[in-house]
Write a protein that binds this ligand. Structure first.
Ligand SMILES: Nc1ncnc2c1ncn2[C@@H]1O[C@H](COP(=O)(O)OP(=O)(O)OP(=O)(O)O)[C@@H](O)[C@H]1O
Length: 263
């Protein structure tokens, strides 16, 4: 499904600003795996997601999605494999388009352009059904502009859109971090539901350790561009936030991150 083999990424190589963001990281995910990713600031978590999505190309190593080596594919060429929800609620949806137009765009992701945004009746019905499952009343607001929605509603919509076409891999980049606790909890629940219902292969970066322990069937901890700790589903069930912090502390020089303590 996803096979990452010893990838490396260095920014500004050979200059005083050199940053080794990924240092030979390998990760293999099977279909339906839901891996949560934690780590201190600057550990390389976002760079990992960006390397998978094609926003950055890696300097070394290989990335395979569904058996295809994607290293040389540009971001738009990988779009058919990837769904992504960002931290910024504004990033995943188009504010000047209506809810149904955004959903129509999501449905057409990775397909040839020029199909327009006209909807068939069955498509509209499908949208209504999917929106209903969010339990936010959005099914009655299909023609409302997305810019009018709250951050939490937009993240819920982004999540629905990202999962819509059953991407080979769903990337969640701290997608609840910018929300207030109540909305974050709602979007966390939705994530759990959408991922498990769709059996989506998912990689989720979070600073919330409680969330990292509760969601998914595997957990990885990153530090200095590599995976330094990994827990299977069974190990994860036994782990506590305190236990995770202990693991963090064991890593030489690791900085405990304030946000990580907000679990
Ligand atoms: N576009 C870029 N240009 C230069 N350096 C970068 C770039 N993106 C990331 N880096 C550097 O690479 C390293 C890893 O950054 P990255 O954003 O992947 O970490 P992170 O684990 O996601 O951190 P955080 O939890 O703070 O978001 C850092 O040293 C960062 O400064």
């Amino acid at each position: 499904m996803l096979n990452i083999d010893r990838i490396e990424k260095t920014f500004f190589a050979g200059t005083v600003n050199e940053r080794r963001a990924l240092t030979g990281l390998s990760l293999r995910m099977q279909e339906g795996d839901f891996v949560t990713v934690i780590g201190s600031n600057g550990a390389g978590k976002s760079t990992l997601l960006n390397a998978i999505s094609g926003r950055y190309t890696v300097d070394r190593g290989s990335i395979e999605i569904d058996g295809t080596r994607v290293n040389r594919l540009r971001e738009f060429q990988r779009a058919k494999y990837i769904g992504r929800v960002f931290q910024d609620p504004m990033a995943g949806t188009a504010p000047s388009l209506t809810i149904e137009q955004n959903l129509a765009l999501a449905l057409r992701r990775g397909k040839p352009r020029g199909l327009g945004l006209a909807l068939t009746k069955p498509q509209r019905e499908r949208f209504r059904e999917e929106l209903k499952s969010l339990e936010l009343g959005l099914e009655n607001r299909l023609t409302a502009k997305v810019g009018l929605l709250s951050g939490g509603q937009r993240q819920a919509l982004s999540l629905l859109m990202a999962g819509f076409t059953h991407p080979s891999i769903l990337l969640l980049d701290e997608h609840t971090a910018a929300l207030d606790p109540q909305r974050a909890a709602l979007v966390t629940e939705l994530t759990d539901r959408i991922v498990s219902q769709g059996g989506l292969t998912t990689l989720m970066v979070t600073h919330n350790m409680e969330q990292a322990l509760r969601l998914g069937n595997r957990l990885i901890m990153m530090h200095e561009g590599n995976i330094v700790f990994e827990a299977s589903a069974e190990e994860k069930r036994k782990l506590t936030v305190a236990g995770l912090l202990e693991e963090f502390a064991k890593i030489k020089g690791a900085q405990l991150d304030d946000r990580a303590l907000l679990a």
